[in-house]
Design a protein around this ligand. Structure first.
Ligand code: SAM
Length: 281
C-alpha cells in the first residue's frame, strides 16, 4: 500500500519510535532505547525516579514490580533493595526491549517477563511494591490497567505512577498554525496524551489511598532544536502530509536559527503520584 496515512494513523517513521503495543512489530529497538536514554538523562526524570523509589521504599525480601520496564534501569534499582530473598520483576510486552534490559542488567538478580499492564502475570495480593512510569499514556484503557495493579498489590502494598501530560509541552519559536497541526497529529497517535493529570483519579478510583504527589519539568538543551523529539515530530508530520514541505523547512530553519542565538525552548511536565492499598478493616 502506498500514499499518505490517514490523519489519525501515525506514519511508519513515527511508529518506529512509538511505544504503543499496536506498533510493537514496527518498533526500532535501537531508536527506542536511545529515546529512553535521552529521557532518563533529564534532571527532572532523575528526580522523579528517585522520588518514586523513596516513596515506595522497597525492602529486603519484598516482591517489587515495574510495569512497562523498558530498558530495565528501575528493575535493577529494585533488585539492589529487595535482595537477597526478594524478587525484582520488570513486566514488558516488547521482546526487543526485554532483550535489551537483560543485556544491560549484566547478571543482576532481575526478571523480565512478558505481560501487559491490563493483564499482569501475578496472583491477587502477591506484590509488595509496584511502579509504572510513562506507560499509561500508551495504554488504551488506563483505568483497567490501574485496577489490575491494585488487584496484584497486597494490602499495605505501595504504588507509584509517573506520566507525562502532553498539554504542558511548550515549543518556541514556531508558526502557531503549523505547530497546532503538528501537535494535533502527534497527539492523535498517542493513546492517552493527557495521562499526567489523571494519575490521582485513577489511583483513587481503584480504591487506593494517595500518599504523595509531585511534578518535574524537562527543559531541552539548545541541541534539541535540531534532533530528537522535534525532528521526529517535523519529519513524521511532513511524511503524513499534515504540513507542507515548505512549512517543514521553515519550521526547522526557525528553530535552528533560534538555537544558534540561544533562544530555543521546549519544555514538558511530568507528574508522579504515590499511593498505598488499604489494609482490610
Ligand atoms: C516510554 S517507555 C517507558 C519505559 C520505562 N518505564 C522508563 O521509565 O524508562 C513506555 C514503555 O511501556 C511499554 N508498554 C507499552 N504498552 C504497554 C502495556 N499495555 N503494558 C505494559 N507496558 C507497555 C513499552 O513497551 C515501553 O517499554
Amino acid at each position: 500500500m502506498t500514499g499518505t496515512p490517514a490523519a489519525d494513523e501515525p506514519a511508519i517513521d513515527a511508529r518506529r519510535g512509538n511505544f504503543r503495543l499496536k506498533h510493537v512489530a514496527e518498533q526500532n529497538i535501537e531508536r527506542q532505547a536511545s529515546i529512553l536514554d535521552e529521557m532518563a538523562a533529564q534532571p527532572a526524570v532523575r528526580t522523579l525516579k528517585a522520588w518514586a523509589l523513596a516513596e515506595l521504599a522497597p525492602a529486603a525480601g519484598e516482591t517489587a514490580v515495574d510495569v512497562g520496564s523498558g530498558t530495565g534501569e528501575d528493575v535493577v534499582a529494585f533488585a539492589e533493595r529487595v535482595r537477597p530473598d526478594g524478587r525484582a520483576v520488570g513486566v514488558e510486552p516488547s521482546p526487543g526491549l526485554r532483550d535489551e534490559a537483560v543485556r544491560r542488567a549484566a547478571g543482576a538478580p532481575v526478571e523480565y517477563v512478558d505481560g501487559r499492564a491490563e493483564g499482569l502475570p501475578f496472583d491477587d495480593e502477591s506484590v509488595d511494591v509496584l511502579r509504572c512510569e510513562r506507560v499509561l499514556q500508551h495504554v488504551d484503557n488506563p483505568a483497567a490497567a490501574v485496577r489490575e495493579m491494585a488487584r496484584v498489590l497486597r494490602p499495605g502494598g505501595r504504588i507509584a505512577l509517573i506520566d507525562t501530560d502532553w498539554a504542558t509541552a511548550i515549543l518556541h519559536p514556531a508558526d502557531p498554525d503549523v505547530l497546532r497541526r503538528m501537535v494535533d497529529y502527534f497527539l492523535s497517535g498517542s493513546a492517552n496524551p493527557f495521562s499526567g493529570r489523571q494519575l490521582r483519579g485513577l489511583l483513587a478510583d481503584a480504591g487506593l489511598e494517595i500518599t504523595g504527589e509531585t511534578a518535574g519539568t524537562t527543559i531541552e538543551p539548545q541541541e534539541g532544536a535540531r534532533q530528537g523529539f522535534v525532528s521526529m515530530m517535523q519529519l513524521s508530520s511532513a511524511e503524513a502530509g499534515v504540513i507542507t514541505p515548505a512549512e517543514a523547512d521553515a519550521f526547522a530553519k526557525g528553530l535552528a536559527e533560534a538555537a544558534d542565538r540561544g533562544a530555543f525552548h521546549l519544555s514538558l511536565t511530568m507528574y508522579a503520584v504515590s499511593a498505598v492499598k488499604p489494609r482490610a478493616v
